[in-house]
Design a protein around this ligand. Structure first.
Ligand SMILES: Nc1ncnc2c1ncn2[C@@H]1O[C@H](COP(=O)(O)OP(=O)(O)OP(=O)(O)O)[C@@H](O)[C@H]1O
Ligand SMILES: [Mg+2]
Length: 483
């Protein structure tokens, strides 16, 4: 007796037919007549894999410099030998398309020897001898998508997908269609680094748990989520890039941005921006400050009197805090931190000697600053140059050495960049023994993902200290008997 029934024979036959059609499609994609004619770059294996995908939706995502944008342009060119084929490549704004290295100058360079290909700069569109077109466009504000409302394309490419809104991405599928006699596949292809405003939706759309797990273990390949393909991109995939030099350039970035761009790390958003292993500790032995390495061995011993002392204040009540309170997010505290900086002869290390953290009004803020000065004698006190900081400097400038420090108009994460880098380099030290402020500070630091609704007062104050110490100079702090 056999298990086979007429029904299973039909389904086997159907499956075989589907597989035959898939192979035909892949063969056609491999043929790439337009690509071989117009691309001066031969695709490297990862790009080839992306070009051969036969699904409707696919995403090439990961490290900077992996060859993603080049590959998007190759994808768009695959069928330009077919009359009536039309392709569109989108970026959030036209400036980014036109910048040096952007996709417009890059495609002009690729096609400059092909006089038969016509470029219309007003419409940002190439027309090929077959009549096929490749157009570049932007999709910034929510209404921009309607610019494409009456068009139809068989290829739509999104470069730096995490810059786009999910709604706009989904809307463009309504522009993906063809007449029955047009023999080309319908494809939406995207490329992006992790990060940016759209990080979360892009990650949840394309990166399956299986893909994430495989990436963590150093795996590679094509991963599918709900029929959409994801190919991870790595710097090492692109032989055209001088990997070692590029890694050196990226190493100057703050840790999170660097991880995303260097390793294409999609997971880091869920984690805190501050990892436990970045933290270093000090202890006080008489007049000496002992800085401990990651195994808690003393590696610097410095007389406290040789350290420069300064304080920084992040006052609650800035416009950001008021907006937060309206949204019922965590209320802010005013934070005053006091830091010792070691002399440059031993290295530029910062030890946090004290933190004052309270919910206070303006008068108590001023009193807190006076008390800090009286107790710790910092050479300078820096306070955020928002309304309260400016008012506090007005009131206190004849009593204590206080001055404002510019926030630079940046968001918290960018502002914290130099602090995060210094922390990761192991140059920032907390007291080894618990006191009444250290546990709260550690939990705030280690829980911080950069979300604007999370408490980050003790991160802001530390970020100001790192900014201020870049230019600090002057007198010494003296001995403190605080551990
Ligand atoms: N197959 C190839 N052959 C030759 N050069 C290539 C190839 N693929 C990419 N390149 C070149 O490598 C460089 C980086 O490629 P590309 O800009 O496509 O990377 P990317 O992943 O989009 O980078 P980013 O993340 O910075 O946007 C470019 O100069 C590009 O022209
Ligand atoms: Mg790119």
């Amino acid at each position: 007796m056999t298990n086979s029934t007429p029904l299973s024979d039909v389904s086997i036959a159907l499956r075989a037919e589907r597989e035959r059609r898939r192979r035909v499609r892949v063969e056609r994609l491999r043929d790439q007549t337009g690509l071989s004619l117009y691309s001066p770059h031969a695709p490297y294996p990862k790009q080839q894999q992306f070009l051969e995908l036969d699904c409707r939706e696919a995403f090439f995502g990961g490290a900077a410099g992996g060859g993603k944008s080049d590959c998007l342009l190759m994808c768009a060119l695959q069928f330009v030998h077919v009359p009536a084929y039309s392709a569109l490549i989108l970026r959030k704004d036209t400036q980014r398309l036109r910048l040096s290295g952007g996709l417009i100058p890059r495609s002009l360079e690729w096609l400059k020897t092909h006089r038969e290909v016509h470029w219309n700069g007003n419409d940002s569109r190439f027309t090929f001898p077959s009549g096929a077109t490749l157009q570049f466009g932007y999709l910034d504000s929510a209404s921009d998508k309607f610019r494409y409302g009456s068009s139809e394309f068989q290829f739509i490419g999104f470069d730096e997908l995490t810059e786009f809104r999910e709604d706009d991405y989904n809307f463009m599928f309504s522009r993906l269609r063809k007449t029955v006699d047009l023999d080309v596949p319908l494809r939406v292809r995207s490329a992006s680094n992790p990060g940016n405003a759209g990080h979360v939706w892009v990650k949840s759309k394309f990166i399956s748990e299986e893909a994430e797990k495989a990436l963590k273990e150093g795996g590679d390949g094509v991963f599918y989520k709900d029929g959409a393909a994801f190919i991870p991109s790595k710097i090492s995939d692109n032989p055209a890039i001088d990997e070692e030099e590029y890694r050196k350039s990226l190493s100057h970035l703050p840790p999170v941005t660097r991880e995303r761009l260097m390793h294409g790390d999609w997971s880091i958003r869920e984690d805190s921006l501050i990892r436990e292993h970045y933290l270093r500790y000090y202890r006080v032995k008489g007049e000496f400050l002992e800085l401990l390495d990651k195994d808690n061995n003393v590696f610097v011993r410095v007389d406290q009197r040789q350290c420069q002392r300064s304080s920084t204040c992040d006052p609650a009540g800035t416009s950001e805090d008021i907006a937060k309170q309206k949204k019922n997010a965590a209320h802010s505290h005013t934070v005053i931190q006091t830091w010792d900086r070691t002399p440059s002869s031993v290295g530029k290390y910062l030890a946090l000697r004290h933190q004052w953290r309270k919910r206070v009004g303006f008068n108590d803020l001023c009193q807190g600053l006076r008390d800090t000065h009286k107790e710790f004698r910092p050479q300078r006190i820096h306070i955020e140059n928002e309304k309260l900081g400016v008012a506090a400097v007005d009131v206190l400038r004849h009593e204590i050495p206080i001055q404002t420090i510019a926030t630079g108009g940046k968001d918290k994460v960018s502002r914290a960049g130099p602090f995060l880098s210094k922390l990761e380099r192991g140059e920032i030290f907390l007291p080894l023994y618990n006191n009444d402020w250290k546990p709260d500070l550690e939990s705030e630091w280690l829980a911080w993902t950069g979300d604007k609704d999370e408490p980050a007062d003790s991160i802001d104050a530390a970020a100001y200290e790192v900014l201020a110490t870049e230019s600090a100079c002057g007198s010494w702090g003296g001995v403190l008997n605080l551990n």
